[in-house]
Design a protein around this ligand. Structure first.
Ligand code: NAD
Ligand code: UGA
Length: 460
C-alpha cells in the first residue's frame, strides 16, 4: 500500500534533484524518494560530490538526505510506496522521424508512464514536472487508465520554472508555483493535495491553479517569452554596432520603463541551456500541428535570431583578426551556458568553438566549473588543436585573442595587465557578455570588441 505522505520523483537530473531536496527540506512530514535509472547519477547524489554544481545545493541535500530524502535506482518499489509521483525525466528535441528537429522526444516520459502503470498497486497522483507539449497529460491519462487493475490516476501539470545557477533561491522563493489539473471533483482533490505540499513554504497567493492545458502551455510560453527578450536585445545589438549606438545605454533606457521591466535584456553571444531552444521549437512544432503557420513562424524567428547572433560573433572575430585565425591561439574564457553552473548543454561556447575549429584555430579553454563537460562536448574535434587549461593565465599565454563566453564574476577580477603581457600582439578581447571594463582594457593596450558597442581598437 502506498503512503499518502510519500512522494516519489522519477528522474534525478537538474530539476528532479534540487526540487525534491527543497520539498524534503520544507516538508519534514513527508518522505521524498528520487529514483533514476542511471546508477552513477544516483551514486553521486548519495556522495559528497553531487552530480550537478548549483550554489547552495549541497547544504539543502545534506540537511535532508538520509532523514526524509532518499536517492535510489529502485524505481519499482518506489512506485509502489509513493502516493504522489513526479515525473521529471528529460524531454529533448526529437532527432529522428516525424517532427525531427522540433517536436519533443517523449520516449523517456512514456516509459515512466508505463512503469507507473505496471508497478502501481493502488491509486496515485502523477505530476508532470518535465516540460511537455500541450495535451501531454491527455496521453499520460490514457496510458495509465489502460490498466486492468481498476486503479485511478489523477494527472497534474506542475511545470518547473527554476533557472540553473539560481535554482535554490528560485525554489525557496518562487515567483509562483503553477498547478494544472482536471476540473472534476477528483481532479480538484489532487490539485489540493499538491497545493498542501507547496503551502509548507509558498504563500497561497503565489500558488496558481489552472486547468491542465493552460499549465502545460504556460511553461512553453514562459520560456519562449524569456528567450524572445534575449533575441530582441541581441537583434538590436547588431544594429548598435552599425550605428555607434551603445546597447548597454539602449537597454538601460528601455528597461527603466516599468512596462518593459528590467530583466533579460543583457545582450550576449546568444542564449544557451537545455531548454530555451528545445521549448520554442516544440511550441513551433505544435503551432504547425494545429495549423497556425504565422504563429509558428513568429516564434521560430527567436531561435533564428539566436543562431544569427552566435554566427555574427564568430564572423566579427574573424574579420577583425585580419580574416584568418588559422594556427592562432584563441583563449576561450567560459564554457558553461551561463554563470554559476557547470552545465554546457546548448552553450554558445560549443558553437563558437566548433566554428573556430573549422577555421583551424588553436583553442585554449578555461571554465571554473565546466572543464569535464567541455572535453565531452568537443571530443569529436581534432584534440591536437585544443588545450584544456587549469587557469586563465595558462589559456592566455601566447594567445592572439580572448573570447569571453560566460559571465562568470571571477573573469572581472583577473590581472589583465599580466594577461596582456603573456599574449601575442596585437592582443584582442571579444567580450561576448559585456562584463569587462572595456575602457580600462583599451587603455592597457588591448583591442576590445564588446557586443553592441563601438570597438575600442588601436588598429584603426
Ligand atoms: P536531466 O537530463 O538532467 O535529467 C533527467 C533524468 O531522467 C536523467 O538522470 C535520466 O537518467 C532520468 N531518466 C530518464 N528516463 C528515466 C526512466 N525511465 N526512469 C527513471 N529515470 C529516467 O534533465 P533536467 O534538466 O532535469 O530536465 C528534466 C525536465 O525538466 C525536462 O523536461 C526539462 O525541459 C525540464 N526543465 C529543466 C530545467 C533545467 O534548468 N534544467 C528547468 C525547468 C524545467
Ligand atoms: C530558463 C528559465 O529562465 C527558467 O525559468 C526555466 O525553468 C528554464 O530555462 C528551463 O525551463 O530549463 P536557464 O536556461 O537555466 O533557465 O537560465 P536563464 O537564466 O534563463 O538563461 C538562459 C540563457 O539566456 C543563458 O545562456 C543566459 O546567459 C542567456 N541570457 C539570459 C542572456 O543572454 N541575456 C539575458 O539578459 C538573460
Amino acid at each position: 500500500m502506498s503512503n499518502k505522505k510519500t512522494i516519489l520523483c522519477i528522474g534525478a537530473g537538474y530539476v528532479g534533484g534540487p526540487t525534491m531536496a527543497m520539498i524534503a527540506k520544507k516538508c519534514p512530514d513527508y518522505k521524498v524518494i528520487v529514483a533514476d535509472i542511471n546508477p552513477q547519477r544516483i551514486a553521486e547524489w548519495n556522495s559528497d560530490d553531487l552530480p550537478i554544481f548549483e550554489p547552495g545545493l549541497d547544504e539543502v541535500v545534506k540537511a535532508a538526505r538520509g532523514k526524509n530524502l532518499f536517492f535510489t535506482t529502485d524505481v519499482t518499489s518506489s512506485i509502489k510506496e509513493a502516493y504522489i509521483i513526479f515525473v521529471s525525466v528529460n524531454t529533448p528535441t526529437k532527432m529522428f522521424g516525424h517532427g525531427r528537429g522540433k517536436a519533443s522526444n517523449l520516449q523517456y516520459w512514456e516509459k515512466t508512464a508505463r512503469s507507473i502503470l505496471t508497478y502501481s498497486e493502488d491509486d496515485k497522483i502523477v505530476v508532470e514536472k518535465s516540460t511537455l507539449p500541450v495535451r501531454a497529460a491527455d496521453a499520460m491519462g490514457k496510458i495509465l487508465h489502460s490498466n486492468t487493475k481498476g486503479l485511478r490516476f489523477e494527472v497534474l501539470s506542475n511545470p518547473e520554472f527554476l533557472a540553473e545557477g539560481t535554482a535554490i533561491s528560485d525554489l525557496e522563493k518562487p515567483d509562483r508555483v503553477l498547478i494544472g489539473g482536471m476540473e472534476t471533483p477528483s481532479g480538484k482533490a489532487a490539485v489540493q493535495a499538491l497545493v498542501d505540499v507547496y503551502a509548507h513554504w509558498v504563500s497561497k497567493e503565489n500558488i496558481i491553479t489552472t486547468n491542465l492545458w493552460s499549465s502545460e502551455l504556460s511553461k512553453l510560453v514562459a520560456n519562449a517569452m524569456l528567450a524572445q527578450r534575449v533575441s530582441s536585445i541581441n537583434s538590436i545589438s547588431a544594429f548598435c554596432e552599425k550605428t555607434h549606438a551603445n546597447i548597454t545605454e539602449v537597454s538601460r533606457a528601455i528597461r527603466s520603463d516599468s512596462r518593459i521591466g528590467s530583466k533579460f535584456l543583457n545582450a550576449s553571444v546568444g542564449f544557451g541551456g537545455s531548454c530555451f531552444k528545445k521549448d520554442i521549437l516544440n511550441l513551433v512544432y505544435l503551432c504547425e500541428h494545429y495549423n497556425l503557420p504565422e504563429v509558428a513562424e513568429y516564434w521560430e524567428q527567436v531561435v533564428k535570431m539566436n543562431d544569427y547572433q552566435q554566427n555574427r560573433f564568430v564572423m566579427r572575430v574573424l574579420e577583425n583578426m585580419f580574416n584568418t585565425v588559422a594556427d592562432k591561439k584563441i583563449a576561450i574564457f567560459g564554457f558553461a551556458f551561463k554563470a554559476d553552473t557547470g552545465d554546457t548543454r546548448e552553450s554558445p561556447a560549443i558553437y563558437v568553438s566548433k566554428m573556430l575549429h573549422e577555421e583551424k584555430a588553436r583553442l585554449a579553454i578555461y571554465d571554473p566549473k565546466a572543464m569535464k563537460e567541455a572535453k565531452h562536448d568537443l571530443a569529436d574535434l581534432d584534440q591536437s588543436l585544443i588545450e584544456y587549461c587549469n587557469c586563465p593565465y595558462e589559456a592566455a599565454k601566447d594567445a592572439h585573442a580572448i573570447l569571453i563566453l560566460t559571465e562568470w564574476k571571477e573573469f572581472k577580477s583577473y590581472d589583465y595587465a599580466k594577461i596582456l603581457g603573456l599574449m601575442t600582439k596585437p592582443a584582442f578581447i571579444f567580450d561576448g557578455r559585456n562584463i569587462l571594463d572595456h575602457e580600462a582594457l583599451f587603455e592597457m593596450g588591448f583591442n576590445v570588441f564588446p557586443i553592441g558597442k563601438t570597438p575600442l581598437s588601436h588598429l584603426t
